[in-house]
Design a protein around this ligand. Structure first.
Ligand code: HEC
Length: 163
């Protein structure tokens, strides 16, 4: 019993440290969570102009907005609404990224981004044609894995604005 609750606490502490890691990374020193802080320090830093960073983060928030609508619609079995939320997040959105910015992005980053966009295209098509909520949920879970992989691998530090 004692042992169980200790394991539980450690697990919770690890989860909290992990969740708080991005905030800790900005501090000069962090106490007690050295391993987790090190994990985030290892994320490859993409060097983007402030406007490029802003563009990418807007796209990220659109992903999250879309997923919010999709999960809510899934809970109502409204697969048509899922499809309309997923469509704008598909590959077509990739053409909006300027070539100069694409050139700065590592191959792994572009592959993960492409997998996510392609995943939303497929999800939208299947949600419309199959109308199978479980299938759509599985696809969404698969897409989210790629979100997670990329977030664990990359960061975009904010550079000072050019005066
Ligand atoms: C190809 C890489 C990649 C993929 C795929 C990706 N992201 Fe991101 N995302 C990033 C990076 C890099 C950041 C900035 C992280 C940092 O600097 O700490 C970010 C930041 C974010 C943010 C914060 C936005 C802000 O305004 O600060 C959200 C929300 C987000 N992503 C959601 C998602 C969701 C949801 C998905 C999947 C549908 C996703 N991302 C897929 C790379 C990615």
């Amino acid at each position: 019993m004692m042992k169980q609750s200790k394991t539980f606490l450690l697990g919770t502490a690890a989860a909290l440290a992990f969740a708080a890691a991005p905030a800790l990374a900005h501090e000069d020193h962090s106490h007690g969570a050295a391993d987790h802080a090190k994990l985030t320090d290892d994320r490859k830093a993409l060097k983007l102009e402030p406007s490029e960073r802003a563009m990418l983060l807007i796209e990220m928030r659109q992903f999250l907005n879309g997923i919010q609508v999709m999960t809510e619609s899934l809970s109502h079995d409204d697969l048509k609404a899922v499809a309309s939320a997923a469509k704008p997040l598909g590959r077509a959105a990739m053409h909006e990224v300027p070539d100069a910015m694409k050139a700065k992005l590592p191959l792994e980053f572009k592959q993960l981004a492409s997998a996510v966009h392609g995943g939303f295209d497929q999800l939208a098509m299947d949600a419309e044609s199959l109308g199978d909520a479980k299938h759509t949920q599985k696809q969404l879970a698969g897409i989210l894995k790629n979100c997670v992989s990329c977030h664990n691998a990359f960061q975009i530090p904010a550079l000072p604005e050019k005066k």
